[in-house]
Write a protein that binds this ligand. Structure first.
Ligand SMILES: Nc1ncnc2c1ncn2[C@@H]1O[C@H](COP(=O)(O)OP(=O)(O)OP(=O)(O)O)[C@@H](O)[C@H]1O
Length: 255
């Protein structure tokens, strides 16, 4: 399934947040959205996911969702959004509850995503027993369990320390390489964007407008920290963002 964002603009009251955003989200690719604080990245993601309606413009879904898709669009949030009173398995099964699946089918889906996210040994653990990185793995497993057409990821690694972030980036690359999924991935971390993004959309400061769309051809599994091609992309992205980020920062500080 492909998504097309067409001339999306949005205001909250008198505040113009997004202006005339048009972009294609191709199936089986990871599209990253970067931009300075407050430029409307999360707002755009919520609109792509249908959680909010734009003031004008449309988000079109074209083509059928993948086979076995239970929810076309699922979110992965920065704060994991796990239910503390449910085990790892219980949190994942929550995503399957409203679907007409037999007990055996549910068990198979859960076992599959637990294996893919390296959580099999932790299926009975409680969220409070898990590190931040493990909690985010559970959230990713829960999102994958419904075999979504598009995974909408809002700063999924931002709450984690640098080493855990690296490990989870490796995990996401492995997951994608084994079974490519479509994702829209919001981040302000450019290292994540160049490591995970096939396409990177750079937004200006608020009102967020598209400044540039950067394509990175290198296969995800060939990308590694410090690679000169990726470093060059990162430097270019930072050049595009630096003045905007500084201006946005001043704006927030002065209200
Ligand atoms: N529900 C809302 N009502 C009013 N204003 C909102 C609402 N949601 C977001 N905003 C405002 O819209 C602007 C864009 O917010 P958004 O969270 O989309 O930006 P962002 O680029 O994701 O920011 P950050 O990088 O800091 O997370 C901000 O000024 C924010 O205060």
């Amino acid at each position: 399934m492909d998504l097309t964002v067409s001339s999306v603009s949005h205001r909250y009251g008198t505040v113009e947040v997004l202006r005339d955003i048009s972009l294609d989200i191709p199936g089986g690719r990871i599209l990253c959205i970067v931009g300075p604080s407050g430029c409307g990245k999360s707002t755009l993601l919520r609109m792509i996911g249908g959680l909010e309606m734009p003031s004008s413009g449309t988000v079109l879904h074209r083509g059928a969702p993948p086979e076995g898709c239970l929810n076309p669009l699922t979110f992965v949030f920065q704060d994991f959004a796990l239910l503390p009173w449910r085990s790892v398995e219980g949190n994942i099964s929550l995503a399957l509850e409203d679907h007409p699946l037999s007990r055996a089918q549910k068990a198979e889906l859960i076992s599959d995503v637990l294996t893919r996210t390296k959580l099999s040994e932790f299926r009975a653990a409680w969220p409070r027993q898990l590190s931040g990185g493990m909690k985010q793995r559970v959230a990713i497993a829960r999102a994958l369990a419904v075999n979504p057409a598009v995974m909408l990821m809002d700063e999924p690694l931002s709450a984690l320390d640098a080493q855990t972030r690296e490990l989870l980036m490796d995990d996401l690359v492995t997951l994608w390489t084994r079974a490519p999924f479509t994702a829209v991935y919001v981040t302000h971390n450019l290292a994540e964007a160049v490591r995970l993004g096939h396409r990177i959309v750079v937004l200006s400061r608020r009102p967020g407008m598209i400044r540039e769309i950067v394509e990175i051809d290198m296969p995800l599994e060939a990308r590694c920290d410090g690679d000169p091609v990726l470093e060059a992309h990162k430097a270019r992205l930072w050049k595009l963002m630096r003045d905007q980020a500084a201006a946005a920062d001043m704006e927030l500080q002065h209200g």
